[in-house]
Design a protein around this ligand. Sequence first.
Ligand code: GLU
Length: 463
Amino acid sequence: MAVVTRFAPSPTGYLHIGGARTALFNWLYARGRGGRFLLRIEDTDRARSTPEATEAIYRGLRGLGLDWDGEAVSQASRVARHAEVARAMLDNGSAYKCFATPEEIEAAREAARAEGRSTHFSSPWRDVPPAEHPDAPFVVRLCAPREGQTVIEDAVQGRVTWDNDQLDDMVLLRSDGTPTYMLAVVVDDHDMGITHVIRGDDHLANAARQAQIWRAMGWSEPVWAHIPLIHGEDGKKLSKRHGAVGVEDWLERGYPPAALRNYLARLGWSHGDDEVFVTEQAIEWFDLSGIGRSPARLDGKKLDHLSGRHITTMPDEELLEGIEAWLVLTTQPGLDARRRDALRRALPFVKERAKTYPDLLDKAIFALASRPIEPDAAAAKCLDPKSRGMLAELTPHLHNASWTRETLEDVVGRVAEAHNIKLGKLAQPIRAALAGRTATPSVFDMMLVIGRDETVARLTDAA
Ligand code: GLU
């Protein structure tokens, strides 16, 4: 059986980290099995479901590199089909018309409350034959089993059981003929051929209701997999209080999408002790059995660490592309040919320690900057008259030196020796002159990256 999974977000204005994780799990599961990954926008709440909110979901998914198969399905566009299924359920006897008015329902609830009984509404219309139906507005209700239990086998939660006397006859179609959410989800999942419903465990209770609809229609239900929700660093349910919880915030902060996929995959799923992996590995390894039963916790330090590891090991060309995409995303000016080239040459010397793209660009500032180099306050201190004298002395030697690390070390070493100071001491003003900073890659790395002319010019400027 070919696997078909789906991500079914309600457009709320942005792609939440929890949603992104759900999308990723569904995507990994399908991609690892030659299956299909579909997108359904649950846009039946017309007030909230603006085109902008839907666009934000597309952007978040694309930004993360999660592609879906075919066109996204709009749930709202399918109401006629949802109603058709409700009618089919009336026909097969698994649903009935309920003519109880909202006032009657409220009165029944009040009475139940007063007597301390369950306030589930038991419609008096459940067993009334159609011949006795009035010509009045009605809702369509599921004829839910009264006795026994509703059981699902969940791939993450195990067997989950509900007593049927706790589940009322849910409404499938409202009196205005519009479908309820519960009906819409099942009809859409069925029609889209979904084989695995992988989603947050905040939907576990819905699974009981939805399973009843699947069974009432005689459709073979999907595999259920309800993933524990993500918690904040404080162990509490994730919310806006926790700061940036939108995928786009993370992308804007300059984490490579591959690192975010790695991080999100580890939020609730594990494969042995593997922490750092590329997406191809995750696709190969991902399975529902690797999903844990307790909530995952966000951990900013871990995200930084993983991101750093990805940046260190990513091929330079890929890093350059990632940085350029990030500049576009954050509406910053792109790299001109000179800066792109300078950055490419600097990458091997700066990518070891960078955690994000902006971090990387900052560390590569020595290569990207153009003269005159403005020293910051600390760097300016290193450029005292004595140091500037030494820089002036150094430049003629550099004019003629062959541009290799060995020779450069030798030349700088000899000037330091002549002044009876350690090489490290002379490196400080060189650093300040080349980068305008006191913390930089090694001075020899910088010289090799920016080349002879630029090195000599910057040292001369500072001297
Ligand atoms: N639209 C629901 C949500 O955004 C998900 C429904 C589902 O996955 O079944 O939480």
